[in-house]
Design a binder for this molecule. Structure first.
Ligand SMILES: Nc1nc2c(ncn2[C@@H]2O[C@H](COP(=O)(O)OP(=O)(O)OP(=O)(O)O)[C@@H](O)[C@H]2O)c(=O)[nH]1
Ligand SMILES: [Mg+2]
Length: 406
């Protein structure tokens, strides 16, 4: 008959075991709370890579090595819980621009909007075709809207002397000034300067992002850029700044000065006159934000200062008697009517509009955001850019080693 052995553990030892178990359980819980998220993410990233079979692997499992600097592997889009802003993309285009727009929309959707689903407004001086509407709508994760520009926003105002305007176009053609002989380019510049936000399709929005055909983003944008604008009280955001062709705007500064004398009340207290003038306002240094990219407040254009400024410029006729561009017009207004901290340089997006690139020069940033660009191409710190000036006048810290990218 089997002998029954009874082991009696003293009560004090039982209590000790219980205590040890509790401490172990507690430590494991704490470790999971603080590291679990990271651990699990990394493991699943690794196992996904391990489960992939590559052509030349002969079914071997690849040992994935993570460089300690770049161990962050993106598999999932980050989650966003914040409220969206009333914002939209805006594109002025012709039906023939469709081909140039598709890769652009794809780039912006992949890099940004597929995470946020903002709307996209398309404007045209002609009706968009069904093909245009169908094709772009299929590419956009927000709602795509299409509007026709009213005639009075895209035609010669009554006070323009047609003979004088024609003569200027002929002279500019002789001098080979870019778009100097174009009527439609002038309507485009005047429309972007003074009318795009007056289209009823834009009424419901507070911010916009201007997009042109054939532009692209080089880096992932993992934050809500419109939310950033609103939360930080930014009114105008740009990527590239550059000098204007002086032959297109001979009297723009003189006209601006006349306006400012009539309306000194519109000058912002902490304005950025030092960005657009090197001699305290006597002359224009030609610096402007390259307006093919703009993320800005629609209310800024809707406001009194800009509305009256545009009207003054339009009456002077320089959109037709010269070839004033919307870029210097917007930039001068932003520099004079806004406080400097309301303007923002988006140095983190990576952007291309022929022929210039903006490419973040910081390598860790570039790799972390999957930027597909060469920092040597970055225009920001080059001689013809106004990037250095912008950082200097605003006393902003330039990225490390920026001098190497001059
Ligand atoms: N509907 C319409 N859109 C136009 C017209 N001309 C230009 N645009 C649009 O206006 C914007 C600016 O025109 P662009 O031709 O890109 O002007 P730009 O950027 O100064 O010059 P590029 O260096 O050629 O790009 C783009 O979004 C064009 O699609 C036009 O006649 N009709
Ligand atoms: Mg363009």
């Amino acid at each position: 008959m089997a002998k029954k052995i009874t082991i009696t553990i003293p009560t004090s030892t039982q209590a000790l075991y219980r205590l040890i178990s509790l401490v172990l359980l507690f430590s494991a819980t704490i470790a999971l709370i603080f590291n679990g998220n990271k651990l699990f993410k990394k493991e699943s990233a690794l196992s996904r890579k391990k489960n992939m079979i590559f052509d030349n692997d002969q079914n071997e499992i690849v040992d994935v090595k993570y460089d300690p600097n770049f161990k962050y592997v993106k598999y999932n889009n980050p989650e966003y819980s914040g409220k969206k802003v009333r914002a939209t993309f805006v594109t002025l285009a012709r039906n023939k621009d469709l081909e140039g727009l598709l890769p652009t929309i794809k780039s912006l959707e992949d890099r940004f909007n597929s995470k946020f689903h903002y709307d996209w407004v398309f404007l045209n001086d002609d009706e968009f075709t069904d093909t245009f509407k169908r094709t772009v709508s299929a590419m956009i994760s927000g709602e795509a809207k299409f509007g026709v520009i009213p005639k009075e926003h895209w035609s010669f105002p009554s006070w323009i002397d047609q003979d004088r305007a024609k003569k200027v176009r002929e002279e500019m053609k002789e001098k080979k000034i870019i778009y100097g002989d174009s009527i439609s380019y002038r309507h485009m510049c005047r429309f972007e300067s003074g009318f795009f936000w007056r289209h009823p399709l834009l009424d419901e929005y507070e911010f916009y992002w201007r997009v042109e055909p054939d532009v692209s983003l080089h880096c992932d944008i993992d934050y809500d850029i419109f939310r950033f604008m609103k939360d930080n009280n930014k009114k105008y955001g740009f990527t590239i700044s550059i000098k204007e062709y002086v032959a297109t705007i001979p009297t723009l500064w003189k006209t601006t000065t006349e306006f400012m004398q009539l309306h000194p009340e519109f000058l912002a207290k902490d304005n950025m006159l030092d960005f657009v003038s090197d001699d305290e306002g006597k002359t224009y240094n030609l610096c402007h934000f390259w307006s093919n990219f703009e993320i800005a407040s629609l209310d800024f254009w809707r406001g009194d200062a800009y509305t009256q400024y545009f009207e003054f410029l339009d009456n002077a006729g320089g959109f037709f008697y010269e070839r004033w561009g919307d870029a210097p017009v917007h930039s001068i207004a932003a520099s004079l009517f806004l406080n400097r901290d309301e303007v923002h340089h988006f140095g983190d997006l990576g952007y291309f509009h022929n022929p210039f690139h903006q490419c973040p020069i910081d390598e860790v940033f570039r790799l972390g955001n999957r930027c597909a660009c060469n920092p040597k191409d970055d225009f920001t710190w080059k001689g013809y850019s106004c990037g250095t000036k912008y950082y200097d006048v605003n006393k902003l810290k330039k990225p490390e080693n920026w001098e190497k990218f001059k």
